[in-house]
Write a protein that binds this ligand. Structure first.
Ligand SMILES: Nc1ncnc2c1ncn2[C@@H]1O[C@H](COP(=O)(O)OP(=O)(O)OP(=O)(O)O)[C@@H](O)[C@H]1O
Ligand SMILES: [Mg+2]
Length: 456
């Protein structure tokens, strides 16, 4: 007979305890334990006495494993396929997260329409009715006899339907609305999310069905649910930015079948999300010939180069402590760059409010942006205009030395492609640069103090 047992489960890592505890002994998080009723239908020992035979069916010799020709499903959204690492792998589970209204359901509906060329596709929504989905689909130009819509939230029903019908691709929109009736807790609860996700992964891996799972995020931008969810899925893609922006940035923070930290830019239009292939042009539009306090930097995100504009502004401090307002760049890194600027370039910034902004909503993590950030600060501090056809590449050391960067060739090619005339580059990259020809004026810097005399 089924037995109900009260358990306290950590929402972060899934650690189980018989009584409530404040701090999880497994992951160290505080206040994450919630009481759950767990219904056990057995003693944990397999009921099937011939289970060894069953187990053997799950074990394959490496040489006998057959790789399907259509190992990756392709869509017509090539930027999304690039993010996946060349298409959606059969049996892959992809988690898509982002702020409300950012475009998760829109993108998935556009994608699944594409995957119908490989067979049946099932879109399960616990948030919208088939009519609402169809309504959106018609606006997006979606429609196919292989596309099936299901409005369901109970995991067992979903599990049985998928096991019987075996569609090629399934969308679960969203994991927070699905629940497993064996657990006495509401949908969206960490235990429910974990249990449902485990069942989805089991379906994906045993039946070779690819899944997209939509995951909502909390106010502070974290995935609403246990950390385990990110561990068990194959890829995690997150929409960055806010709903109001015209364009949406999708970043891969985990990918078992492709490189991580890849970025793809989309614009939100009436007919759905459109990929922005020439994203550098996109971020650099509306610029003047010469500008004070702005510099272009070629940033590597994953394997792709993006040209971004760094903007700096200084004002006299009014009261209290000086402000350091930073958008799109690491705040601690800016503090280091300010210290380098003060010590090595003689800038007096103690009584200034400093504002650094990277327009477009991208958060730069590449240290090769250092030089560009500092040059824009010098430019605004000294009132020196900089040509907007010049860019800067280089990481800065505390002595003011301009350090070597990786993938210099890709960065220079992107600048060339977009009609840039020149670029500040680290002297330590010279050997590598001279192996190729670039239609760019190369301004080599060993140290930051050479910048002023060479500013163009
Ligand atoms: N007619 C339209 N023209 C242009 N954009 C539209 C139109 N209708 C909706 N949108 C855009 O689609 C967005 C909603 O997208 P979608 O429903 O896919 O988001 P979501 O991430 O799934 O949201 P949620 O988390 O609430 O489910 C809106 O914010 C809006 O920007
Ligand atoms: Mg949605």
């Amino acid at each position: 007979m089924a037995k109900a047992k009260s358990l306290h489960i950590c929402g972060e890592c899934g650690y189980k305890a018989s009584k409530w505890i404040g701090k999880c002994p497994e992951c160290g998080e505080w206040g994450t334990f919630q009481e759950e009723m767990e219904i056990k239908t057995g003693n944990g020992i397999s009921k099937n006495p011939t289970s060894l035979l069953e187990t053997k069916k799950k074990v394959f010799s490496f040489n006998d494993v057959v790789v399907d020709e259509n190992f990756r499903y392709k869509s017509n959204i090539s930027e999304f396929d690039r993010l996946l690492g060349g298409g959606l792998v059969i049996g892959e589970v992809v988690l898509i997260t982002g702020n409300p209204g950012i475009g998760k359901s829109t993108l998935l509906l556009q994608l699944v329409n594409e995957y119908t060329k490989y067979g049946d596709v099932l879109y399960i929504s616990g948030e919208e009715s088939p009519m609402q989905i169809k309504n959106r689909g018609e606006r997006l130009g979606v429609g196919n006899k292989n596309l099936f819509l299901m409005s369901e939230t109970e995991m067992q029903v979903i599990y049985e339907y998928i096991s019987a019908k075996k569609p090629k691709v399934v969308v679960i929109d969203s994991i927070q609305t699905i629940y497993n009736a064996s657990y006495d807790s509401m949908a969206g609860n960490p235990t429910q999310i974990r249990e449902c996700a485990l069942r989805i992964v089991e379906l994906a891996k045993t039946l070779n069905i690819s899944f997209f799972i939509v995951g909502h995020i909390t106010k502070d931008g974290k995935l609403a649910g246990p950390k385990l969810l990110e561990h068990i899925v194959d890829a995690v893609f997150s929409f960055e930015g806010e709903e109001g922006l015209f364009y949406r940035i999708l970043r891969s923070s985990k990918n078992r079948f492709g490189s991580t930290n890849e970025l793809a830019v989309f614009s939100m239009e009436e007919s759905g999300l459109k990929e922005v292939k020439n994203s550098s042009e996109f971020f650099l539009s509306e610029r003047e010939e010469k500008n004070i306090g702005s510099m272009v930097v070629p940033i590597l995100e994953g394997t792709k180069v993006f040209l971004l504009e760094v903007q700096a502004l200084l004002t006299d401090m009014t009261i209290g402590i000086p402000k350091r307002v930073v958008q799109g760049f690491d705040r601690n890194r800016i503090q280091i760059l300010i210290a380098i600027g003060e010590k090595r370039m003689g800038m007096s910034l103690g009584a200034k409010d400093i504002f650094i902004n990277i327009p477009g909503g991208i958060v730069m993590k590449d240290p090769a942006a250092d030089l560009g950030v500092l040059i824009s600060l010098i430019s605004i501090y000294r009132g020196i205009p900089i040509s907007q056809k010049i860019a800067a590449i280089g990481e800065l050391g505390l002595r003011g030395e301009v350090r070597k960067v990786f993938f210099i060739d890709r960065r220079l090619r992107e600048l060339e492609k977009l009609g840039f005339k020149g670029v500040y580059v680290p002297l330590s990259n010279k050997k590598e640069i001279e192996k190729n020809n670039y239609n760019l004026k190369l301004i080599y810097l060993k140290n930051l103090d050479e910048v002023i005399e060479r500013m163009v």
